[in-house]
Design a binder for this molecule. Structure first.
Ligand code: FES
Length: 187
């Protein structure tokens, strides 16, 4: 797997049809957003992040390349994973703090082993859930946070070895077309 990062400011221009869909979807999301939450052990209910739609083109994203875009002032990672990497995810489960993402933030449709809508595409907030440092991609081994060595697999699921206990946050997103990702809104 290529370790290269691809940082981009983010999006293509939305067509008028896409803009209309974004406005309608934003209104719907504002109404429906309260249903998508996780209850932390502390009893605090936290919603996964929505809003401020950003379109990202995926046609030029090769396998193994990590693209970073800025959304709501945060880095959002987009990674195209290989079939081999996806198959290896199941082997990690015994080593993970929250393998089924029960205590982690993601849209309900992403509470699965790949933590994604499409198996090959990972979309995640690129901030460590311990104290917010930016982890680095280590190829097939996943991501390592340099601050206190928390480690995440290629689905953003955290290993038990470090201080972080929650998986990387997955924002609301959907695919506007075959090669267009829309971050910020559910389908
Ligand atoms: Fe990542 Fe502490 S901020 S391990």
């Amino acid at each position: 797997m290529n370790n290269g990062n691809d940082t981009a400011s983010g999006s293509g221009k939305a067509t008028s049809k896409q803009r209309r869909r974004i406005v309608l979807a934003a209104a719907a999301s504002a109404v429906a957003g309260g249903a998508a939450m996780v209850l932390r052990p502390s009893g605090v209910i936290i919603p996964y992040p929505h809003g401020s739609p950003l379109i990202v083109e995926l046609s030029d994203l090769p396998e193994g390349k990590l693209r970073t875009v800025e959304w709501q002032g945060k880095p959002v990672w987009i990674l195209r994973r290989s079939a081999k990497e996806l198959a290896a995810l199941a082997e990690q489960n015994p080593l993970l703090a929250d393998p089924d993402s029960q205590q982690s933030l993601q849209p309900p449709a992403c509470r699965n082993q790949t933590r994604s809508l499409r198996p090959e595409i990972l979309v995640a907030i690129g901030l460590c859930t311990h104290q917010g440092c930016t982890p680095a991609l280590l190829g097939r081994e996943g991501f390592l946070c340099p601050c206190h060595t928390s480690k995440y697999d290629l689905a953003g699921r955290v290993f038990k070895v470090g201080p972080a206990t929650a998986n990387l946050v997955i924002p609301a997103y959907h695919f506007a077309s075959e090669n267009q990702l829309l971050i910020g809104l559910d389908a």
